[in-house]
Design a protein around this ligand. Structure first.
Ligand SMILES: *Cc1c(COP(=O)(O)O)cnc(C)c1O
Length: 421
């Protein structure tokens, strides 16, 4: 029996309605930008396995370091204990994070890093005897699938069964270049009626909202408003972190720096699950006390796993290398050219790009959507490219090491798909 047939017996996949989507693709190996399935078909991984393996799959620089670490120290409790990979990683992260970040808190997935960011923001005010119980978020954000993260995400039909259990969250529209005044008025109205603890947001690019992009200038105005009203800013850089916007972090594009930053996905270069919530000294100080109850009583069994820390360290070394920085700028230039070309296509409504993230919207009437997404996905896979369209949006978020030839193939297959519509 094939792997994908055996899979059907016992496995329940994430984000899947199995009755409508019973099929999976069984991948048996990955190297660089190429995934290989059980029938030896090859696919260019043009979404970097959900934005994780930015330096390529099974990158020898990373796998070698992790396998060495494995012989030395595999796992140890992180309450009351520490180790070299965690300390080194904290130093490496502080060196590249925005200047105001000074403390690193470990966990193990992106949703949880947001959960911790929310807890830090709420408890910061609680510890300062300031009653603040409301959060602000963008209408169409995505921050993960745990309860706090779902609460600050945009209201999705899929969250229906849980909505009555959500935190108290007020939503503002994402900047679109035209609603600047409207958003600031909405913020004024919210703080006039509520005690707002924090603002949770995806800076510049909203991944799950089909790679919606906004201007640094517009976000800057919102961040300034928050700062002047003691609203803790929590930047969810789970998707945007580690070079994707052309700078190390999306927050580097704004002058106002977030109080708290959430990281995961590319943090460990696609090798192992880990997440980080970093914060400024000021946030940390609100928890530093003679009273034990003012501490942040949050922890996970695998916090700061030494192997995951080692993968992250090796990844950051690559990110900072001239080699990877050159790749990043090559991809940015290449996408710009493709954007210029493809925006003329009659089936393309609009194109956009932030750093190495490229997206285009297909010009198609809602009632003709049907199974557009599935048709496109199948076409891409049949042509050896792994792309996962979101609604009528096709996006590329490929590993930095994708070759020019592979990139041209991705562009070609997208254009063919448009031609066939
Ligand atoms: C993926 C993602 C998350 C959730 O991370 P998980 O590791 O899947 O829990 C949160 N925020 C953003 C912006 C993401 O892209």
């Amino acid at each position: 029996m094939s792997l994908k047939e055996r899979d059907k017996k016992h496995i329940w996949h994430p984000l899947t309605q199995h009755k409508l989507h019973p099929e999976t693709t069984a991948i048996i190996k990955a190297s660089g930008c190429i995934l290989t399935d059980e029938n030896e078909n090859e696919y260019i991984d043009a979404i970097a396995s959900w934005y994780t393996c930015m330096y390529g799959h099974c990158n020898p620089h990373i796998t070698h370091r992790v396998s060495e670490q494995m012989q030395q120290l595999d796992q140890v409790v992180f309450s009351g204990f520490t180790h070299e990979p965690a300390v080194q990683l904290s130093e490496a992260l502080i060196a590249i994070l925005p200047d105001n970040q000074n403390k690193i808190f470990f966990s193990d997935n992106g949703s949880t890093s947001v959960e911790i960011g929310i807890k830090m923001a709420l408890q910061y005010h609680f510890n300062n005897n300031d009653q603040r119980n409301v959060l602000i978020a963008f209408e169409d954000g995505f921050h993960g699938d745990t309860f706090g993260a779902m609460s600050v995400s945009g209201l999705s039909v899929y969250n229906g069964p849980f909505e009555e259990f959500f935190l108290d969250v007020k939503r503002i529209p994402t900047p679109n270049g035209k609603n600047h005044d409207f958003i600031l008025k909405a913020l004024e109205a919210i703080i006039a009626n509520h005690n707002v603890a924090g603002f949770v947001y995806e800076p510049l690019v909203q991944g799950a909202a089909a790679m919606k992009m906004h201007d640094a200038k517009d976000l800057e105005a919102i961040l300034r408003f928050c700062k002047s009203n003691q609203i803790i800013t929590v930047a969810d850089e789970v998707m945007t972190g580690f070079g994707k916007t052309g700078k190390y972090f999306a927050s580097d594009h704004m002058e106002s720096k977030p109080d708290i930053i959430c990281l995961s996905k590319a943090l460990t270069a696609g090798l192992l699950p880990m997440a980080i919530t970093s914060c400024s000294q000021e946030i940390y100080n609100a928890f530093y006390s003679d009273e034990i109850s003012k501490g942040l009583f949050h922890g996970h069994t695998y916090s700061a796993n030494p192997l995951a820390c080692t993968a992250a360290l090796a990844g950051i070394e690559l990110l900072r290398s001239d080699d990877i920085q050159t790749h990043i700028h090559r991809i940015i230039r290449s996408h710009k050219q493709f954007a210029k070309h493809i925006q003329e296509h009659p089936k393309v409504a609009s194109v956009r790009q932030t750093g190495i993230i490229f997206a285009l919207d297909i010009d198609i009437k809602m009632e003709r959507y049907g199974n557009l997404r599935d048709k496109l996905f199948n076409f891409f896979m049949d042509n050896g490219v792994c792309l996962r369209p979101l609604g009528n949006t096709i996006y590329i978020l490929a590993p930095y090491v994708i070759s020019d030839e592979q990139l041209q193939k991705v562009y070609r297959v997208i254009e063919e798909a448009l031609d066939n519509l």
